[in-house]
Ligand binder design. Structure first.
Ligand SMILES: *[C@@H]1O[C@H](CO)[C@@H](O)[C@H](O)[C@H]1NC(C)=O
Ligand SMILES: *[C@@H]1O[C@H](CO)[C@@H](O)[C@H](O)[C@H]1NC(C)=O
Ligand SMILES: *[C@@H]1O[C@H](CO)[C@@H](O)[C@H](O)[C@H]1NC(C)=O
Ligand SMILES: *[C@@H]1O[C@H](CO)[C@@H](O)[C@H](O)[C@H]1NC(C)=O
Ligand SMILES: *[C@@H]1O[C@H](CO)[C@@H](O)[C@H](O)[C@H]1NC(C)=O
Ligand SMILES: *[C@@H]1O[C@H](CO)[C@@H](O)[C@H](O)[C@H]1NC(C)=O
Ligand SMILES: *[C@@H]1O[C@H](CO)[C@@H](O)[C@H](O)[C@H]1NC(C)=O
Ligand SMILES: *[C@@H]1O[C@H](CO)[C@@H](O)[C@H](O)[C@H]1NC(C)=O
Length: 884
C-alpha cells in the first residue's frame, strides 16, 4: 500500500510539473513573442502539439465567410507534421468580392515601423467536394500581394504557403489580409500567421515576398519537413531541397546562432551542400521569373566540417547584381555568416560561389533565401476617415458585405455607398446610407469625415436631434435625412447655409419652424421638482408600508410559503386548464415557448414549456425544479410550480406585467424609462444576482444574463428570470454557446471564448453590459476584436463626453454625478480580464450609493439646474479607471 501511494505521489509531482511548464509556454507564445496565429474555420483555440504554438479561431478576425472541414484527413496524404493540424479546416467566402482579415500586431516601439513576417497557408483538400480548386487574389491592405493558384493537376492536398516580410506602424493602422474573388472559384484560407521580426533583419526595401525559396540545403530528406518554430525563433518556414549530384555535408554539432542577426535554426545550418565542380554558378531567368521585379538574395554559410589543422575554407562570392562585385570570406567552425545581395535588376539572377584561390576546401552553401520586392502603388484612405467610417460602421452595426478592408482603395472594391477622392490623400467625399437600418442618434463621427460633400441618411430609424456639428463640414452640399425619427429643431447654422441642400421631410417630431422647443425648457424643472416631491412621498410611504408588512405578516407568509411548497407539482391536465389549452403565447425563451396562465385563485402566471429536444437536461429536471422553488428572493422571478409529466415539462412562474427590460428599452417602446427608474432596475437586478452568487447555499451562476431575462412587475420591481436552468441544462447550453459565434452575443464574457468557462465574474460582465445599456439606451455595437464597447465607452469618458453616452431619449433629464458613477461601475464590470472585475456585492453597494445620491439630489433639485452637465463631475472616476 505504502509503495503505491509513494508512486502516486511521484506521478502527481511529475504531472503537476508538466502542467506548470505547459501553461508557462502558453503565456510565452500568446503574449511575449507577439505571435498571432489564426487557424481559419476551426471551432476552438488550441495549442499545436508539434510546434507548441497557440492557435486561435478566426472569429474575432473576420466578419464573413463559412467554415468547413477538409473532406479527408490530410495526414493520410501529406506528412508535414509541423503544419498539418492547421490545414484540417478552412474558411471560405462564397459572398462578397473582397473579404478581409484584420490583425492588430503588438507594437513593440511606438510610432515607428516594425518588421513582421505574415504567412497565409492554403490547402484545398477538396473541402467543398467539388474537386475544383479555385484561383483568387490575395491583398495585403490596399495592395496586391499574390495570386493563389491551386493547381488543378496536382493533388488537391498540396500545401501552398505564401509569405510576405513587411513593415508596419501599428499606431497608425491595422494589418489587413484580403481574399479577392476573381470569378474563378470561391476563395478560401486555412491559416494566417503574423510573426514580429527583429528590425535589423532583411535590411532592404520592404515588403518582400517569398517565392517558395527559403531553402535548407543538404538535409538529404525527400518529404515535406518544414523546419519552423521552435527551431526558428521567428517561425520562418524552411523547406529542404537538394541538388542532384551535390555532396551532402552534415554535422551533429550545434551551430551557435543566438548572437547572430539572422538567428537561423541550428537544424538548418548543420547541413550543407557542396558542388562537385568546386564552384556554384547560379543563373535564373526561367519560368516564374518576373523580369520587371527586383530580387534580393540572402546566402547563409557556416563551417560544419572539422578541417585539418591549419586548413581554411575560403569562399569567393560574386553577385552579378546592380553593383556586381566579389567578396571573400573565411568560414569559421560552427559560426554562421550571412551575405546579402543588392537588388538584381538586370533581368536575370546570376551569382557565383567559388573556392578562393588560397582555399583548402571546396565551397559549401548551407541555406539561402530569395525574395522579390513587391511595389506598393496604392495609398490607403486617410486614417482619419478610416477611423470615422469604422466608428460609424460599429455604432450602427452596418452589415454590408462590401464594408471590409480599406473603405476606398482599391477603387474597384470601395465600400457600397461611398465615393472618394483620388490621388495620394484619399478622402471620403460622399456617403449614401439610405435605408440601412441605422438607429440611434446621428453620431459625431460623421463630423470627422472632413471632406464630405454628400450625406444621405434617409429612410432610417435615426432619433435625437439633427446635430449642429454637421454645419462644421466645409464642403458639405447635400444632407438628406428624410424619413427618420429626428426630434428637436433644425439648427440655425444648417438652416441658414445657402450652399447646403437640406431634406428633412417625414420626421414627424422634427420641428421645422424656427421658434420651437423653448417652452419645454421652462417646464422641465417644474415637472422635475414636482416629480421629485412625489418620489419622496411614495418612498416614505413605501418604507412605512414595508416595515409594517414585515412586522405583521412575516411569520404567516413564511408558513404559507411552506404550505405552497408541497403543492408545486402540477399535472398535465392542470397545466392545460391553467393556460386554457395554451391559448396565449406571451414569449419565446431559449428553452421553449411561454404561455399566459391563470391559477384557481385568479393569480396570473407565466408557463414556460421546455422544448422536447433538450433530452439530456431532463434527467435532473425535477431536482433542479425543486431547488428553484426554494430559491426565493424579491428580485428573482419566483417559481410557482412545475410540471414533470411524460407529455410536457413546464415551469410555472409568477407573471410579470411589464414584460422584460429588453422590450422596455427598445426603440419601439414609447414609455421611456426615466433615469431613476433605470437605476432602480439596476439595483434590483444586482440584488437578485447578489443573492444567486452569495446568498444561496450552492452559489448559482446565471450564465445567460441579458435584458430579456430581467422582468418587471406592475410595481416596477425588477426580477431576474431564467436562473438555475443553466445547471440542469449545462451540457446542452454549453454546446449551444460554443457553436454560435461568440462575437454576436453582446452579453457574454469575452473570456468565455478563451477559456470556455462561465463563472460569477461572467455574470458580472453581463450585468455591466446591461447597466451600460440602461445608461446608453441601446447597444448598437457588435463586439469586436479587443472588446470594442469597452474602448468606445472609455474613449467617450476620457473625452468627458457623457452626452455621447447617455440615452438621447432621456433628453438630458438625467442626473450627472449619479450617471458618471453608474458609468464607472459599468466600466469596472466589463473589464476584459475577469479578475479585474468587482464582486457583485461591491457592485450592488456602489449602485445603492448611486441611487441614494440621486435621491438626495432629487430632494435638493430646486437649487441645482437639472438640465445641464455639471462639469465638477467625478474626476475621481477617471483616475480610478485609468489606474486599472
Ligand atoms: C494540366 O494537365 C493538362 C494535361 O496533362 C495540361 O494540358 C494542362 O496545361 C495542365 N494544367 C495546369 C494548370 O498545369
Ligand atoms: C535585434 O538584433 C540586434 C542585432 O543582433 C540586437 O542587438 C538586438 O538586441 C535585437 N533586438 C531585439 C529586440 O531582439
Ligand atoms: C563540371 O566540370 C566539368 C569539367 O570540369 C564540366 O564538363 C561540367 O559541365 C561541370 N558541371 C557543372 C554542373 O558545372
Ligand atoms: C534569359 O537571359 C538570357 C541572357 O540575358 C537571355 O538571352 C534569355 O532570352 C533570357 N530568357 C528568358 C526566358 O527571359
Ligand atoms: C554571371 O556572372 C558571371 C560573373 O560575374 C559572368 O561571368 C557571367 O557571364 C554571368 N552570366 C550571365 C548569364 O550573365
Ligand atoms: C444611394 O443608394 C441607393 C441604394 O443603396 C441608390 O438607390 C441611390 O441611387 C443612391 N443614391 C445616390 C445619389 O447615389
Ligand atoms: C458615386 O459616383 C458615381 C459615379 O460618379 C455616381 O453614380 C454615384 O451616384 C455616386 N454615389 C454617391 C453616393 O455619391
Ligand atoms: C431624400 O431621400 C428620400 C428617400 O430616400 C428620397 O425620396 C428623396 O428624393 C431624397 N431627396 C433628395 C432631394 O434627393
Amino acid at each position: 500500500m505504502k509503495g503505491t501511494s509513494l508512486w502516486m505521489l511521484a506521478l502527481y509531482v511529475f504531472v503537476s510539473f508538466i502542467t506548470v511548464s505547459n501553461s508557462a509556454e502558453v503565456v510565452a507564445n500568446g503574449d511575449h513573442s507577439g505571435f498571432i496565429s489564426v487557424d481559419c474555420g476551426t471551432r476552438r483555440d488550441y495549442m499545436d502539439e508539434v510546434t507548441g504554438i497557440w492557435y486561435q479561431t478566426d472569429e474575432s478576425f473576420i466578419e464573413s465567410g463559412t467554415s468547413h472541414e477538409l473532406a479527408q484527413n490530410i495526414n493520410s496524404y501529406i506528412y508535414a507534421p509541423t503544419i498539418n493540424r492547421q490545414l484540417m479546416t478552412v474558411r471560405s467566402f462564397p459572398e462578397g468580392q473582397r473579404n478581409c482579415y484584420t490583425l492588430k500586431p503588438k507594437q513593440e516601439k511606438q510610432n515607428q515601423k516594425n518588421k513582421y513576417l505574415m504567412r497565409a497557408i492554403f490547402a484545398y483538400g477538396n473541402y467543398d467536394s467539388k474537386n475544383q480548386p479555385p484561383e483568387f487574389d490575395l491583398y495585403l491592405g490596399v495592395n496586391f500581394w499574390t495570386t493563389v493558384l491551386i493547381s488543378r493537376n496536382a493533388s488537391s492536398y498540396q500545401i501552398y504557403p505564401y509569405e510576405i516580410i513587411m513593415e508596419h506602424d501599428g499606431t497608425k493602422e491595422m494589418v489587413q489580409v484580403c481574399l479577392v474573388n476573381k470569378g474563378q472559384g470561391t476563395p478560401f484560407i486555412n491559416t494566417l500567421e503574423l510573426r514580429p521580426l527583429n528590425n535589423s533583419l532583411y535590411p532592404v526595401p520592404l515588403p518582400l515576398v517569398f517565392d517558395s525559396s527559403r531553402i535548407d540545403l543538404g538535409s538529404g530528406l525527400t518529404a515535406y519537413t518544414w523546419t519552423r518554430y521552435k527551431d526558428d525563433v521567428y517561425d520562418r518556414l524552411w523547406s529542404n531541397y537538394d541538388y542532384s549530384n551535390w555532396h551532402l555535408v552534415q554535422t551533429s554539432a550545434e551551430v551557435k546562432t543566438e548572437d547572430t542577426v539572422y538567428e537561423l535554426p541550428s537544424e538548418v545550418l548543420r547541413t550543407a551542400s557542396q558542388p562537385l565542380n568546386q564552384s556554384i554558378i547560379f543563373t535564373w531567368n526561367g519560368s516564374g521569373y518576373d523580369i520587371s521585379a527586383q530580387y534580393y538574395l540572402f546566402l547563409h554559410f557556416a563551417e560544419i566540417e572539422k578541417l585539418p589543422r591549419g586548413h581554411k575554407r575560403i569562399i569567393s562570392v560574386t553577385f552579378d547584381d546592380e553593383n556586381s562585385f566579389s567578396q571573400e570570406l573565411t568560414l569559421e567552425y560552427l559560426k554562421p555568416v550571412t551575405l546579402s545581395s543588392n537588388k538584381f535588376i538586370k533581368g536575370y539572377i546570376n551569382f557565383t560561389i567559388k573556392a578562393a584561390t588560397n582555399s583548402d576546401a571546396p565551397p559549401i552553401l548551407n541555406a539561402f533565401e530569395l525574395y522579390k520586392f513587391l511595389p506598393q502603388p496604392n495609398f490607403p484612405t486617410a486614417a482619419q476617415d478610416v477611423n470615422a467610417i469604422m466608428e460609424i460602421k460599429h455604432i450602427y452595426g452596418v452589415s454590408k458585405i462590401s464594408w471590409q478592408g480599406d473603405p476606398c482603395v482599391p477603387s474597384n472594391f470601395a465600400w457600397d455607398g461611398l465615393n472618394c477622392s483620388s490621388g495620394s490623400n484619399i478622402r471620403i467625399t460622399s456617403l449614401n446610407l439610405t435605408s440601412s437600418k441605422l438607429a440611434g442618434q446621428i453620431t459625431p463621427s460623421f463630423a470627422s469625415l472632413e471632406k464630405l460633400e454628400f450625406l444621405d441618411l434617409s429612410s432610417n430609424e435615426l432619433t435625437g436631434p439633427l446635430p449642429e456639428f454637421l454645419a462644421t463640414l466645409p464642403n458639405l452640399k447635400f444632407i438628406n435625412v428624410t424619413g427618420n425619427k429626428l426630434t428637436g429643431s433644425i439648427p440655425k447654422a444648417l438652416r441658414e447655409n445657402a450652399n447646403l441642400r437640406l431634406s428633412t421631410a417625414n420626421n414627424p417630431d422634427l420641428c421645422q419652424a424656427s421658434p420651437c422647443g423653448k417652452p419645454i425648457k421652462f417646464v422641465i424643472p417644474l415637472i422635475a421638482s414636482l416629480s421629485a416631491l412625489v418620489i419622496v412621498i411614495v418612498l416614505v410611504s413605501l418604507v412605512i408600508w414595508r416595515l409594517r408588512k414585515k412586522r405583521v405578516l412575516s411569520p404567516e407568509s413564511r408558513k404559507s410559503e411552506g404550505l405552497k411548497r408541497k403543492n408545486q407539482a402540477f399535472s398535465y391536465s392542470e397545466v392545460l386548464r391553467i393556460t386554457n389549452n395554451f391559448e396565449t403565447a406571451i414569449g419565446e425563451g431559449r428553452f421553449g415557448k411561454v404561455y399566459l396562465g391563470t391559477l384557481k385563485d385568479g393569480a396570473q402566471v407565466a408557463v414556460k414549456l421546455l422544448s422536447l429536444s433538450s433530452s439530456q437536461g431532463y434527467k435532473e429536471f425535477e431536482s433542479e425544479a425543486q431547488l428553484l422553488t426554494v430559491t426565493h428572493h424579491r428580485n428573482l422571478v419566483s417559481l410557482v410550480g412545475f410540471c414533470d409529466s411524460n407529455n410536457i415539462k413546464a415551469l410555472i412562474y409568477e407573471y410579470m406585467d411589464l414584460g422584460d427590460l429588453g422590450q422596455l428599452l427598445s426603440e419601439n417602446n414609447t414609455n421611456v424609462l426615466k433615469w431613476k427608474e433605470r437605476l432602480q432596475v439596476a439595483v434590483d437586478a444586482a440584488k437578485g444576482l447578489e443573492y444567486l452568487h452569495n446568498g444561496c447555499k450552492t452559489p448559482i451562476v446565471h450564465r445567460n444574463l441579458k435584458p430579456s431575462n430581467i422582468l418587471l412587475n406592475k410595481s416596477m420591481v425588477a426580477k431576474i428570470a431564467d436562473f438555475g436552468l443553466s445547471r440542469a441544462f449545462a451540457n446542452e447550453r454549453d454546446s449551444n454557446i460554443s457553436t454560435q459565434p461568440v462575437g454576436t452575443s453582446t452579453y457574454i464574457d469575452p473570456e468565455f471564448k478563451k477559456f470556455g468557462r462561465l463563472n460569477k465574474k461572467s455574470d458580472v460582465y453581463s450585468f455591466g453590459m446591461i447597466l451600460l445599456q440602461l445608461i446608453t439606451g441601446h447597444l448598437p455595437i457588435k463586439r469586436e476584436p479587443g472588446n470594442y464597447i469597452f474602448d468606445w465607452a472609455r474613449s467617450k469618458i476620457e473625452s468627458g463626453d457623457i452626452q455621447g453616452i447617455v440615452d438621447p431619449r432621456l433628453e438630458g433629464e438625467f442626473h450627472d454625478t449619479s450617471t458618471w458613477k453608474a458609468v464607472e461601475i459599468a466600466m469596472s464590470c466589463i473589464f476584459p480580464k475577469s479578475e479585474e472585475r468587482p464582486d457583485i456585492s461591491s457592485v450592488l453597494h456602489k449602485l445603492s450609493e448611486c441611487l441614494d445620491m440621486l435621491m438626495d439630489h432629487a430632494k435638493s433639485s430646486n437649487d441645482i439646474p437639472r438640465n445641464s452637465i455639471n462639469h465638477t463631475r467625478a474626476t475621481v472616476s477617471m483616475t480610478t479607471l485609468s489606474a486599472r
